[in-house]
Write a protein of this length. Sequence first.
Length: 114
Amino acid sequence: QVQFVESGGGLVQAGGSLRLSCAVSGISFSLNTMGWYRQAPGSQRDWVARISGGGNSNYADSVKGRFTISRDNAKNTVYLQMNTLKPEDTAVYYCNVYYNNRSWGQGTQVTVSS
């Protein structure tokens, strides 16, 4: 059974930084492209960033240049470093397998105050 446990969210002022972590179990982690997603209140869940098993990354235009996705295959963990946060980044953040989404974890709340 695949499990995603996200952590690291919190309340931060605009311009601040947070680092999210997602511990993954139940899959061959290093073989899978992993993605970060977010869902703001009243909105659909949107893709934010993805990283291949070999470390190639891509970003949504809204976060390009501010967010950095990384992974540690030895720890089965994917990270999202978020810098220069904006109020519009406020959302619940989730990780998942990018090409074949599995059941979602509980997510981690990120709130950016203006």
